[in-house]
Design a binder for this molecule. Sequence first.
Ligand code: NAD
Length: 547
Amino acid sequence: MTTTLHLHGKRGVELLHDPLLNKGTAFGESERDLLGLRGLLPPRIATQEQQLERVLENYRRKENDLEKYIYLISLQERNEALFYRLVMEHLSEMMPIIYTPTVGLACQKYGHIFRRPRGLYISKNDQGRVKGILQNWPQADVRIIVITDGERILGLGDLGANGMGIPVGKLSLYTACAGIDPSQCLPIMLDVGTNNSALLADPLYLGLPEPRLRGPEYDALVAEFVSAAQQVFPKACIQFEDFGNANAFRLLHHYRDRACTFNDDIQGTAGVTLAGLISSERLTGLPLTQQKFLFLGAGEAGIGIGDLIVEALKLSGVPEKKAREQCWFVDSKGLVVKSRSDLVEHKRRFAHDHKPVASLLEAVEALKPTALIGVSGMPQTFTEDVVKAMARLNRRPVIFALSNPTSKAECTAVQCYTWTEGRGIFASGSPFSPVNYLGVTHQPGQGNNSYIFPGVGLGVIASEARRVTDEMFYVAARQLATMVTEEDLMVGRIYPDLKRIREVSAKIAVQVAEVAFQRNLTNMLRPANLEAHVKEAMFDPHYPSYV
Ligand code: NAD
């Protein structure tokens, strides 16, 4: 039983206005007497289930997705426990609202739908006072920080300070999918300006109406933030999210051995894609070591996936050079080969000896890949010719069209199953409905990062790990793949049902924590029962009793 001590002395209206403590009409008779609430609430006491019924009815009455988003955010601002119970019990329905694709729309209109601030804002004018800003945050035990500078929001480009919707949404998923306590989550917007001319001209835009900060001053601001975060929240993991391509790779490279940090666009995407490839082995009969991977797109997602495949192959005994040679990339200029002089650093490590090849179709014919992975943001680039070539070369071709949102997918699920005569193993970034092809129903898999990052975060928290390593994403991918059932595979689905996400996240967390203990990445002693320790740390959205 919880005591009033947990309320930090809060009572009356102050208690009703604290979303982490508020229970609204569910405060009981004695709580109302003891906590100065009598008369501040309607007399009839509700159960949380009755409240759920009301909020669900209100939610479903909203006429469009943006209104649903606004409704959910307002609920979160009033009553976090109720918000999380609602979202957790209707995750498939609400995930596309609190995260992609609706969150993208909300970010585009952020300055126009803004009600009240959430999270912290650090701007380029705050150089020298970042620590003080972090100290203004009301919670002391922050464990996960999600920070963005808004330069590459989903597939929508530079949205400046409007990008705040992303850290907020991502952290909601940490709680909904892995039970990370909302009081331990901190969303941050690093406002370094924007180069989006429409936003610069919008009088309701809430960020600094200035061009983006670049160069040493930008790096100094990020460095000040990381150092301040390590001082103010020494147990926090910092997740960099939706930074532009060049900064994302640089910052990950610079901080991964200096702080407890990771980049979900690079490493989380890699984890969920690797899991899909591992599950596919059970359908193709081909181990990863015997496969060849061809990527369309060599950005954060593509290179991240390539690096993790290399890590996985190395752990299976393949030498690094050979492992890299199993991964090939086509970017906007054609096949990534050694003779090209235009390659940035992160692409060079996958540039192999080969004559230049201009098109994806030619690359497929020349390289004969077993898997084709689309992370280009370019719709309809897996053409009929390309997919049919994959189907000719492979008994079960692996075709992942991961670009988001749905309109950007390299091909649709229907196209994949039709052009491969039902033999394709398909996964996408955004959800596709089941497809009936010649009387057989195929369930496309969704390579949703939410299968990976919440569990990784929970594992890092539960083990108090000082670093987040590629090995952690590898074990997370392996664990996720083992949770795919024979029933899932029978309908062609290479990821577990989203309904099992908390169970999935808990299991991933145990594996991730195990890596932290084995690799001496923590000062914590390994609990005898790690699984129980992880589960104990998970947030329960049912109301506690305060008396
Ligand atoms: P990015 O900007 O870092 O990289 C895009 C890459 O695509 C670049 O290498 C670019 O050269 C290449 N490209 C552009 N036009 C091309 C063309 N016509 N042909 C071939 N290559 C081309 O972006 P990113 O973060 O890597 O994301 C890429 C896509 O992957 C986005 O649509 C994003 O939504 C999607 N994504 C999906 C998931 C997921 O499914 N879980 C996760 C992350 C990203």
